[in-house]
Write a protein that binds this ligand. Structure first.
Ligand SMILES: NC(=O)c1ccc[n+]([C@@H]2O[C@H](COP(=O)([O-])OP(=O)(O)OC[C@H]3O[C@@H](n4cnc5c(N)ncnc54)[C@H](O)[C@@H]3O)[C@@H](O)[C@H]2O)c1
Length: 280
């Protein structure tokens, strides 16, 4: 991969672009407006400066990473990309519209991938004329720190596409696991029933949010408790993930809990809005 396009400049798009640039690969970030595109480049520079201050990277590494990043607000600037990673909001209709447009905008050999947490990758492959070149490349949050990437294989993907996705993940110094195209893939299919149950436990008055978080950190050696993790993921994204899991597996346990939906309807989306289960 010589040039990778990242679409979406939220929590994940920005983190993924930073990982790619630090790996010495050119990356172009496409955001819907030039202002947010520029802000994303600045945010990545701030993130790299923090790593420099902690002596995790050198000034040369910071400069080299920044030299690999450019930003745009138009899809046409992605025409020469070898790989696209779509990371916009977790909404199937939005992603389908984007994949149809991308299919027309980028060169025929380009692989189109999605960072979706749960949505069916096959639905995105079907709106393109290159279903063999569509797969999932699912990073974890925060992308810069988390070592895992799930490579998701819809039935339409060719062996070559999956092999290229794997070699890209390796080039980013991440660990790849393979998974078929089923809601939640490996990690979220196992994680989100637990997170939803933690909210149910709080709603039932069994324990406070704080104590549930302390319990799961101290009792299971998890790095953070379920409420802190939900706020990190984003509560809107969490509802979308649970909706997709519920649509596929039908278990009542997977229906987003009322408290989660209420916070989202109030615009309290977690860390990104400075208010979710906790205040930031
Ligand atoms: N948050 C997580 O922990 C996490 C982890 C792994 C994967 N993901 C997945 O990554 C993707 C992005 O999630 P995020 O957490 O970065 O969300 P976010 O809310 O931080 O960012 C979403 C981005 O999508 C853009 N967007 C929204 N609607 C759009 C549209 N119609 N066209 C183009 N762009 C649009 C927004 O402007 C924003 O830049 C989702 O598919 C999500 O499931 C999220």
């Amino acid at each position: 991969m010589r040039l990778v396009g990242v679409i979406g400049s939220g929590i994940m798009g920005s983190g993924i672009a930073e990982v790619i640039a630090k790996s010495g690969i050119d990356v172009v970030i496409r955001s819907r407006s030039q202002e947010t595109a520029d802000a994303t480049k600045n945010a990545i520079e701030s993130s790299l400066k923090k790593q420099l201050a902690k002596s995790k990277i050198s000034q040369e590494q910071l400069d080299a990473a920044m030299a690999h990043i450019c930003v745009t607000s138009t899809l046409d600037d992605l025409a020469n990309c070898d790989l696209i990673i779509e990371s916009v909001a977790e909404d199937l209709a939005t992603k389908k519209e984007l994949f149809a447009a991308l299919d027309k905008a980028v060169k025929p050999s380009c692989i189109l991938s999605t960072n979706t947490s749960t949505l069916p990758v096959i639905e995105l492959a079907k709106v393109t004329n290159r279903p063999d070149k569509v797969c999932g490349i699912h990073f974890f949050n925060p992308a810069v720190l988390m070592p895992l990437v799930e490579v998701v294989r819809p039935i339409t993907a060719s062996d070559e596409t999956i092999a290229l996705a794997n070699s890209f993940v390796k080039a980013c110094a991440k660990d790849a696991v393979q998974v078929v195209d089923r809601a939640g893939f490996i990690v979220n299919a196992l994680l989100f029933p637990y997170l939803n149950n933690a909210i149910a436990m709080f709603e039932a008055g069994t324990a406070s949010m704080e104590d549930i978080d302390v319990a799961m950190k101290g009792g299971c050696n998890f790095p953070m408790g379920p409420f802190a993790l939900l706020d990190l993921v984003g509560l809107d994204t969490s509802v979308a993930i649970l909706d997709a899991l519920h649509a596929e597996f039908k278990s009542a346990n997977l229906e987003p809990r009322p408290m989660l939906k209420k916070l989202v309807s109030e615009g309290k989306l977690g860390r990104k809005t400075k208010q979710g289960f906790y205040s930031y």
